[in-house]
Ligand binder design. Structure first.
Ligand code: PRP
Length: 209
């Protein structure tokens, strides 16, 4: 049985379609209910819906053999997993943003609000800058507006949240997309299945123009 952790939400639904096209279909997943686990014994597959930021924990600890996680989570938590494939989905950027009138270079110890304290710390260490790293869990855009921080390090997808809160991108740090990941032991024991699946999904990855 191949155990697959899917990120709950729209991205997970798109990713499920890729698994389905690779022969790992599980019709019960389309039932409208609040179940979290779906199984197709005939195809020897079990899917579960996981909070996106938790997928790599399930995979690292072997509760799932494979899963799909954002590159942001992989960089932030550095789970001990194999990254098999860039799915070119869920694309966005990690960026530094602030109020329009703010010039981050004017501040000595920059106050940075973020969910991604390790990404922020690595980024500013490379620049040789001291920061006061303020960990938040959501609604990060509030921090500079209320004077809690000078800048934020956060994900920007459409840019709407920044725009509607009168903030702007100061620097783009890195591109983010969804990745297929595998538990290291599962990759050895289920190597044929996982390799075949990865190759099949690779053929489905939409390439940019
Ligand atoms: C993410 C991110 C931004 C927003 C960016 O938040 O933290 O707030 O999406 O998307 P946009 O550029 O398309 O507006 P999320 O929805 O995950 O919520 P939270 O971080 O506030 O919990």
């Amino acid at each position: 049985m191949l155990n697959i952790a899917l990120p709950k939400g729209r991205l997970g639904e798109k990713v499920y379609e890729m698994f389905e096209k690779s022969g790992f279909d599980c019709p019960s997943i389309n039932e409208k209910n609040r179940k979290l686990i779906f199984e197709n014994p005939e195809k020897q597959v079990r899917f579960f819906w996981v909070k996106p930021s938790d997928v790599s924990i399930y995979v690292e600890r072997g509760a799932a053999d494979i899963g799909v996680a954002g590159k942001d989570i992989l960089l932030e938590y550095a789970p001990d997993v194999y990254e098999l494939l860039d799915l070119n989905l869920g694309k966005c950027h990690m960026a530094v943003a602030a109020k329009k009138e703010m010039n981050p270079d004017d501040v000595k110890t920059l106050r940075v609000a973020t969910k991604f304290v390790n990404i922020a710390s690595d980024y500013y260490t490379k620049l040789g800058r001291d920061i006061d790293n303020i960990k938040l869990n959501g609604s990060i855009e509030l921090a500079p507006i209320l004077g809690l921080s000078d800048v934020i390090v956060d994900i920007v997808e459409t840019g709407t949240t920044l725009r509607e809160n009168d903030l702007e991108v100061k620097t783009t740090i890195l591109p983010i997309s969804a990745r297929l990941i595998a538990n290291k032991a599962s990759f050895r024991f289920l190597n044929k299945e996982i390799e075949e699946l990865t190759q099949n999904m690779k053929g489905q990855v939409a390439q940019d123009d």
